[in-house]
Write a protein that binds this ligand. Structure first.
Ligand code: SF4
Length: 383
């Protein structure tokens, strides 16, 4: 099946995947290639390929995004010179008249004043920093290579460059982590005054070194009770500090939700560029192959895999599953319009309500507190 729908669809969000890291963290299953520091030989060719891919897509889609998100990988491993030409050329490819948010993910070790000013001058207005923990032994347990002090240093550089919108990515239930460790991490997060925090329980993804170590008995996985207590602590602490808990794993200051991720949860149309990036337009999904060499060879039309056209019932399931990730849940009129009478999901919703995992308020169906702890499993049952 051809990936691209024939109509000239409007695209709300664009994701670009940068597949370079200076080291592969042991828990990570994102597509990225560890390359020695200082080896930037593939960065410029990659940036040109990315622009080429976007240029080709602009023939089939109206690229007027409200959000752009550059993730990876480590986008900030590309130097200021590469970013400068990338952002300059992007101006002629993307209509920015509707752009509300332009996020770049950053590894704290890679943020410099030069790079920050190039990114901000080029229109980037939000950064997402991978902090994960502020304790060296816990970062070591993840084989995550950065000095915790570099997070504060990066925040300072970004603020000085004029950035006000900052997310910190955190992980809990790290092997060896105690509740007191988590308290210290949350204190460190709050001291940096981000306007958004993403906080995930550690997942053991297949085919990662961490999962191999678990199988070999070389790491102690946090037990379920401790993981629940940690999630509870994150909710309490961030809530008390004035953050709105708006998605299972995401918290924001009022008005500071990540609009790009909201587009995913609201199941809007987005295009992904770069190796391994996924796209979703009009119920059709596909992914670029996760292979940098073939990506560079194939651009401007890189190899695509997993092309899937969802039927109406699958689309309903997907929309419901995504919407229920939001803490406010699914509005009742939206739900009534989405699910026809007799759809099996009504029965499933009823059962999940009777189990205390979902609840019906006056206006919405949403996850309960108990449902939040197993949120991924609950929403998956409605797919
Ligand atoms: S820096 Fe991020 S993308 Fe790169 S290996 Fe670590 S977790 Fe994965």
């Amino acid at each position: 099946m051809d990936a691209h729908p024939s109509h000239f669809a409007q695209i709300y969000s664009v994701y670009a995947h940068v597949p370079f890291c200076f080291h592969k963290c042991h828990y990570c299953d994102f597509y990225s290639l560890a390359e020695p520091r200082g080896d930037a030989s593939r960065h410029q060719p990659f940036a040109r390929a990315l622009l080429g891919e976007l240029g080709a897509l602009s023939e089939s889609y109206r690229l007027e995004p409200t959000t752009v998100f550059v993730g990876g990988g480590t986008p900030t491993l590309m130097g200021a010179d590469v970013w400068s030409s990338l952002l300059y050329d992007l101006q002629s490819l993307l209509d920015r008249s509707k752009l509300q948010e332009f996020t770049v993910e950053a590894n704290p070790e890679t943020v410099t004043e030069d790079l920050a000013s190039v990114l901000v001058d080029g229109g980037v207005d939000r950064f997402s920093l991978g902090a994960q923990s502020f304790q060296p032994d816990l970062l070591k347990a993840l084989e995550r290579w950065h000095d915790p002090a570099s997070v504060g240093r990066s925040v300072g550089i970004l603020r000085k460059a004029g950035v006000s919108r900052l997310n910190l990515d955190m992980i809990f239930a790290i092997p060896g982590q105690t509740l007191e460790d988590l308290d210290r991490d949350l204190e460190a997060v709050l001291a940096l005054e981000p306007d958004h925090v993403s906080c995930y329980g550690l997942t053991y993804e297949p085919n990662t070194p961490l999962t191999t170590k678990l199988r070999l008995g070389r790491v102690d996985r946090a037990d379920e009770e401790l993981e629940r207590a940690m999630y509870e602590r994150v909710m309490e602490r961030l809530g008390a500090a004035g953050f709105e808990h708006y998605e299972i794993s995401n918290w924001a200051r009022p008005g500071q939700r990540c609009l790009h991720n909201m587009a995913y949860w609201e199941n809007r149309d987005w295009l992904g560029v770069g190796p391994s990036a996924a796209s979703h337009v009009g119920g059709r999904r596909w992914k670029n192959e996760a292979h940098l060499g073939r990506y560079l060879e194939g651009c401007p039309e890189p190899p695509v895999v997993d092309v899937e056209e969802l039927n109406a019932a699958q689309r309903r399931g997907e929309q419901l599953m995504l919407r229920l990730r939001l803490i406010e849940g699914a509005p009742l009129p939206w739900l009534d319009a989405l699910l026809p009478d007799g759809d099996w999901r009504w029965g499933e919703i009823k059962m999940l309500i009777s189990m205390g995992l979902l609840e019906r308020t006056g206006t919405h169906v949403r996850l309960t507190r108990a449902g939040l702890f197993v949120g991924d499993d609950v929403v998956a049952r409605l797919l």
